[in-house]
Design a protein around this ligand. Structure first.
Ligand SMILES: [Zn+2]
Length: 281
C-alpha cells in the first residue's frame, strides 16, 4: 500500500489541500499489499458495499469520511460503523479532496473534458507562494466550447454528457444567450461566482448554487449559471484517477457509478413554461 500512497501523494500532494481539509491515508497498514483499488466520490455504506463486493483492498475517495474533530469511531455511529467495516475487511481508505481539485490534471479537468473544452486555464488560482501555487494549478477550469451554443442547448448537452442523476441540470439566465467560453468547477462552486464574472466567461457550470447568490450574480450582469448534481460534477474525475493508478502501479481498479447525490426525486413541469424573473417575488 505504501507505493499506492506514494503515487497518490505524488500526484495530489496533501500540502496542496485547503487548510480546513483533511486528506491522505485515513485507514490502513502501509505494509499491506494492494491488488485492487475502488474509486469513489463518497464513502457511504453503499459504496463500501460495492468496494467489498468487488474485492477491493483499498478505497480512494474524493470526500473526506472524517473532516471535523472526531472523539469516537464506535460502531454505534454512522461513520464509526464504516470505519469498523473497512478495518474488519482489511480495506484501506485514502482521500484526495481539495488537493485533487487544485492539481493539474485535477477534478475539473475531467469535468471540462466532458464538454470538449480547449485552452484550459484555472478559474481560481492558489494564493501566490502557497504550497499549491504552480503552473496550471487551481480550482475550476475555463475553456472554449468546440462549438458555440445557446444556454438552453448547453444545458441539454450538460444533462447528456454528465453522469445521470435525478437532479439533472438546471440553468439560470437567458436561454438564448450564446455561450463560447465556459467555466466549470466540480463540487460546490458558490464561492467562485465573482471570479467567473471577472474572467468574463459566458457561463459557469458547478453544483450547489443558491437562490440569493445566483440571483444577485445574474442581476449584476454575471455569466449564465448551470447547476448540476454535486456527485455528477466530480464522478468524471474517478476515471482519470483510476487510469493513473493502473498506469503507475499496474493495480486493478473499479470505479463506482453509484449516484451518491442526496437528491433522488425530480419532477419537471408537465408543459414547458418560461418565467420572467420580474414576476418572481
Ligand atoms: Zn465535492
Amino acid at each position: 500500500m505504501a507505493d499506492v500512497v506514494a503515487v497518490l501523494d505524488g500526484r495530489y500532494p496533501p500540502a496542496w489541500a485547503e487548510e480546513w481539509d483533511r486528506v491522505g491515508l485515513v485507514l490502513g497498514e502501509p505494509s499491506t499489499g494492494v491488488r485492487r483499488v475502488a474509486c469513489v466520490v463518497d464513502v457511504v455504506p453503499e459504496t463500501v458495499d460495492e468496494a467489498l463486493a468487488a474485492g477491493a483492498d483499498m478505497i480512494v475517495a474524493h470526500h473526506p469520511l472524517l473532516l471535523r474533530g472526531v472523539s469516537s469511531v464506535a460502531a454505534t455511529t454512522y461513520k464509526g460503523r464504516i470505519v469498523h467495516r473497512l478495518i474488519r475487511a482489511d480495506v484501506a481508505l485514502y482521500v484526495a479532496h481539495t488537493n485533487a481539485d487544485v492539481a493539474d490534471p485535477g477534478v475539473s479537468d475531467a469535468l471540462a473534458a466532458r464538454f470538449g473544452l480547449t485552452g484550459l486555464r484555472p478559474l481560481h488560482r492558489p494564493r501566490p507562494g502557497s504550497a499549491a501555487d504552480g503552473p496550471g494549478r487551481g480550482i475550476g477550469r475555463i475553456g472554449e466550447l468546440p462549438t458555440p451554443m445557446t444556454l438552453a442547448e448547453l444545458t441539454r448537452q450538460a444533462a447528456a454528457v454528465l453522469p445521470v442523476t435525478a437532479w439533472g441540470v438546471r440553468a439560470a439566465g437567458d436561454p438564448g444567450r450564446m455561450v463560447r467560453t465556459l467555466a466549470v468547477s466540480g463540487g460546490s462552486g458558490d464561492s467562485f461566482l465573482a471570479e467567473a464574472s471577472v474572467a468574463g466567461v459566458d457561463a459557469f457550470l458547478t453544483a450547489d448554487l443558491r437562490h440569493h447568490p445566483a440571483g444577485e450574480h445574474l442581476a449584476a450582469g454575471g455569466p449564465a449559471l448551470l447547476d448540476a448534481a454535486h456527485w455528477a460534477t466530480e464522478r468524471p474525475w474517478l476515471d482519470d484517477l483510476a487510469a493513473h493508478l493502473r498506469a503507475a502501479l499496474g493495480v486493478e481498479t473499479v470505479v463506482s457509478d453509484l449516484d451518491t447525490d442526496p437528491w433522488t426525486v425530480h419532477a419537471a413541469a408537465p408543459v414547458p413554461t418560461t418565467r420572467s424573473p420580474a414576476r418572481e417575488g
